[in-house]
Design a protein. Structure first.
Length: 331
């Protein structure tokens, strides 16, 4: 079976005739015109192998938080809400927002970001060390591999900071689920700090180390992507083009890799990543603002295969028939 599959893969790569059928969905083939069907027991064997090959991709569960179309404001000092943010898909985790003792607000409003639609989340940081916090935690089916992306814009501040932290709170007392807490190092895979500076400047840090590329400024929209690996083996993504080594993560901004294999914090090896939070603090007059939209987070690093299962079935049948008698196919 291995030899046949190897030969099949080689034919896929070298056959010019076969390339004509690569993007043809299986439902466009009229099966009754196939005079020489491939033996069914061999097709069944191939399907079993293809299912096994596709299992890694299928295991990744992707959740989304785009804030729906809700509008409203939550700004009650020293309090929190578990229902202000619209729910994600089932299994997507618990969520809440928190206003600390230093005032500020969380606002669901019609999207102002060019990439957005419906609503977005606008927040201002606390004026004290008491954090204003948005968290989603304990989402299901999590693994030690993690991918997340979001649209973000920073504005309005000359001091203060916003933190983005992801990890797993189950190893301690789950600081992700505690309203005013920072996240302990033992529960943190990474803590990215966005420090507001005078003159619309910003400085970003990863686990206490400055990102020398200076990837962020105020009043500019960004698409941020993160690929994190808390396993003990290297992992690939983007079709195997990129590798994130064990115990590190890659940080992409607007399609550019601004931090490759950034070292993690103190979350133990092999622990699943199942929580994240944004919090803002220490901003004079609650000036430091963050706008978020189009958040997606995955319980593994999705690794697409070159051939998806339905297409592979189609290609296998098509190629067999092209070699024998192309006129027997109707597309």
């Amino acid at each position: 079976m291995v030899g046949r599959v190897g030969s099949f893969k080689k034919m896929l790569a070298t056959s010019r005739e076969f390339s004509d059928f690569v993007h043809v969905p299986i439902f466009t083939i009229n099966i009754k015109y196939l005079k020489h069907p491939y033996p069914m027991y061999r097709i069944n064997s191939l399907l079993t192998l293809l299912l096994a090959l596709s299992s890694a991709s299928a295991s990744a569960v992707v959740y989304e938080q785009d804030f729906g179309n809700s509008t409203g404001t939550f700004n009650t000092a020293s309090s929190n809400s578990t229902d202000f943010i619209p729910s994600t898909q089932p299994g997507g985790g618990e969520q809440y927002v928190r206003i600390g003792s230093g005032d500020g607000s969380w606002v669901l409003q019609p999207s102002t970001l060019s990439s957005g639609s419906g609503s977005e989340l606008l927040a201002t940081a606390s004026s004290s060390s008491s954090r204003n916090k948005f968290a989603i935690y304990d989402f299901l089916d999590s693994t030690s591999l993690y991918q997340m992306s979001f649209d973000v814009e920073f504005s309005g501040g000359t001091d203060g900071s916003w933190n983005f932290v992801f990890g797993n709170g189950d190893g301690g007392d789950n600081d992700f689920a505690k309203t005013g807490s920072a996240i302990s190092a033992a529960e943190t895979f990474a803590n990215i700090v966005f420090q507001f500076d005078a003159g619309s400047g910003m400085t970003a840090f990863s686990n206490g180390t400055e990102l020398l590329s200076d990837p962020f400024s105020q009043d500019i929209e960004y698409r941020v992507e993160i690929y994190a690996n808390n396993s003990t083996s290297d992992a690939t993504y983007n079709g195997g083009v990129n590798t994130v080594v064990a115990g590190s993560y890659d940080l992409w901004v607007d399609g550019l890799l601004v931090g490759g294999n950034l070292p993690k914090s103190s979350l133990a090896n092999g622990i699943a990543i199942d929580s994240f939070t944004f919090w803002g603090q220490d901003s004079t007059g609650n000036g430091a603002a963050i706008t978020l939209d189009n958040i997606t987070y995955s319980t593994a690093i999705p690794e697409p295969h070159v051939i998806c299962l339905p297409v592979a079935i189609c290609l296998f049948i098509c190629f067999r028939q092209v070699r024998r008698k192309p006129s027997n196919l109707e597309l």
